[in-house]
Design a binder for this molecule. Structure first.
Ligand code: ADP
Ligand code: MG
Ligand code: ZN
Length: 613
């Protein structure tokens, strides 16, 4: 349901009417005034009038004769000038005086103003009024084009029931739902939180690959919270004219403040929230920066206790301006990841509930076949299956429809999305377990929160959620060395098990190298170089790249030492894995089959005495 705005300025209608009156005057009245009653008569009529003494004054021009009669308000006549030698005599006879016949001529300036300037001014004014009038209408109306919408935000206001989406419509994504449930709860019982002095986060940022249900989750929050829901996409702020995006942001927050408690949802926020470039020489994206600045200002400005919560979604969190992410703005970051096996099954079930299907479909098998698929792709799989059933003239979806449609959808996506072959999956399992096992054997504690081998859109084939280490400011030399060993653990496991190596370790190599180099050149952790800074850190807030600050000879030596250091750690990792081959196999097998292994499961297998095997 759309909010209805009452027109606030009837004034413009008066303007409009005044303009019309002026136009009418100009069109009809002035011309008649100007040639007020100049009657054209023929020459004989003129002579007759002269003879009868009806003419008071005559003005002779080259081509014509103007004359006035004797009435009190003389009428003006004109006639063609004949070649009449008698004319002067006749006029003398009748005692007609010569001279200018007063025609009510306007001054040239006045007539210019009236006939040229006034209409133009009137046109411009009327044009503007019409435009404004139209925008007023469009601001509350449907989906107008970008050029027509400046001024008002076209955030749509939903009444609670219109999204109609509940958390139960979102399958999997339990962590995300948990965070958002708290927000819903706050909107329902703000007292519970304010009583203890807790401030709710002003904003939560949903991040994750496309199609994982970010937009869906935001809608579900609105559906659960029963508060107005303003939804706007970042791209809708991008306007033709500088300053219009900022105006829209202002407007949006004004509306939101009036409607509090409510939820503002900014989808695809990266469109406006991109990092502001300090080296923006051309002054290029002024409009976007202004919009972003306005957003930052508004987020600071409003009162957190009032119950305006801002949700935003993006699949490019790394490109966001850091100012957006600092506490007080989007201080909650809610990861919405690709679903794992059980998540995929749950999503399939949610969507299958909306179609007619045979009893006893094996969803688990379908979920297994669709490794790496996102929520949106799974929804598509179910829909494809339904379409196939219709094509084949059946009135319900059966198992073979689903299996077929997985192939259709997956084959369609295979290029875009990485779906792992069985062998790749096995290699990735060993690789990821290699990392985790090396880490665990060195620290004797659970190194990971969770490992999954669902391909990431970032390009990584596996994903390891590290155990939160809390705030770590100091690291010892041993810890850094262990970290380097952990980075090399993936490749070491591949080498040990498959006797061949893959490209999967490129990121590990990069990180291991960067760490080793920093250790020697920045942290002074070597015999050779001692406490000498050989490289410096630049632009800490803008990428933070390091630049070398030493002689070429030292740089060459540094390179050799870095290579040695990484090699030493690699050998250490390989030795650790070789001593624990059975654990490596067991853990990798578990991960290969389940696609996900938690830290607890990992430690359970690792600490299980070998006898039980
Ligand atoms: P995103 O905004 O993350 O790109 P959407 O929220 O637009 O993705 O998801 C697109 C569609 O995919 C949804 O409308 C829904 O049908 C389906 N979908 C995605 N994730 C889920 C999920 N976790 N549970 C149920 N359906 C999902
Ligand atoms: Mg979306
Ligand atoms: Zn790796």
């Amino acid at each position: 349901m759309k909010e209805v705005k009452t027109p606030k300025k009837p004034l413009i209608f008066y303007y409009l009417i005044a303009m019309l009156v002026v136009m009418a005057l100009n069109a009809f009245l002035f011309p008649t005034l100007m040639n007020r009653s100049i009657k054209e008569v023929d020459y004989s009529q003129f002579l007759k009038m002269v003879r009868e003494g009806q003419v008071k004054q005559v003005q002779v021009e080259d081509e014509l004769i103007l004359f006035a009669d004797t009435a009190e308000r003389p009428a003006i006549y004109k006639t063609g000038r004949m070649d009449d030698p008698e004319l002067v005599n006749r006029l003398e006879e009748a005692k007609v005086s010569y001279g200018k016949v007063i025609v009510e001529q306007m001054s040239p300036l006045m007539s210019f103003l009236l006939s040229w300037v006034l209409p133009i001014v009137a046109m411009v004014l009327i044009g503007q009024l019409l435009m404004r009038f139209m925008f007023k209408k469009m601001g509350t109306g449907g989906a107008p084009g970008p050029a027509m919408t400046f001024g008002k935000s076209n955030a749509k206001v939903y009444v609670p029931s219109t999204t109609g989406i509940k958390f139960s419509d979102v399958a999997g994504e339990d962590e995300a739902k948990e965070v958002l449930t708290e927000i819903v709860d706050f909107l329902h019982n703000p007292k519970k939180y304010t009583a203890i002095g807790a401030k709710m986060p002003k904003g939560a940022l949903l991040v994750g690959p496309p199609g994982t249900g970010k937009t869906l989750l935001a809608k579900a929050v609105a559906g659960e919270a029963n508060v107005p829901f303003f939804s706007i996409s970042g791209s809708e702020f991008v306007e033709m004219f500088v300053g219009m995006g900022a105006a829209k942001v202002r407007d949006l927050f004004k509306q939101a403040n009036e409607k509090a408690p409510c939820i503002v949802f900014i989808d695809e926020i990266d469109t406006i929230g991109k990092k502001r470039d300090s080296a923006n020489g051309m002054g290029g994206n002024d409009e976007r920066e202004q919009t972003l600045n306005q957003l930052l200002t508004e987020m600071d400005g409003f009162d957190g206790t009032k119950g305006v919560i801002i949700l935003a979604a993006t699949n490019r969190p790394e490109s966001l301006d850091p100012a957006l992410l600092r506490p007080g703005r989007f201080d909650r970051r809610v990861p919405v990841e690709l679903p794992d096996l059980s998540g995929r099954e749950a999503i399939l079930r949610v969507h299958a509930a909306k179609i007619k299907h045979a009893a006893g479909l094996d969803f688990s098998a379908i979920a297994r076949a669709a490794a790496g698929a996102s929520g949106a792709e799974l929804a598509n799989i179910v829909n494809e299956a339904a379409l196939r059933a219709v094509r084949q003239g059946r009135d319900e979806v059966i198992q073979s429809d689903m299996e077929e449609s997985v192939e259709v959808v997956i084959a369609g996506y295979q290029k875009k999305n990485k779906i792992l072959s069985d062998r790749e999956k096995l290699i990735v399992s060993y690789h990821e377990i290699g990392h985790a096992l090396v880490a665990a054997l060195q620290t004797h504690s659970a190194p990971v929160h969770k490992i999954t081998i669902i391909p990431r859109t970032s390009g990584a084939l596996g994903y390891t959620m590290q155990v939160e280490e809390g705030e770590r400011n100091l690291m010892s030399k041993e810890e850094i060395e262990n970290k380097i060993a952990t980075f090399t653990g993936g490749r070491a496991a591949e080498e040990l098990v498959f006797h061949s190596i893959t490209t999967g370790a490129s990121n590990d190599i990069e990180q291991a190298t960067r760490m080793a180099r920093a250790m020697l050149a920045q942290f002074g952790m070597s015999e050779e170089f001692g406490m000498v800074a050989l490289q410096t850190q630049n632009n800490l807030y803008l990428g933070g790249d390091a630049s070398l600050a030493c002689s070429p000879e030292t740089a060459a030596l540094l390179d050799r030492k870095v290579i040695e250091l990484v090699k030493r750690q690699y050998d250490k990792a390989e030795a650790l894995l070789a001593q624990n081959m059975d654990k490596l196999h067991e853990l990798a097998k578990f991960l290969y089959e389940k696609e996900t292994i938690t830290g607890e499961e990992f430690m359970r297998i690792l600490e299980k005495p070998a006898l039980e095997n």
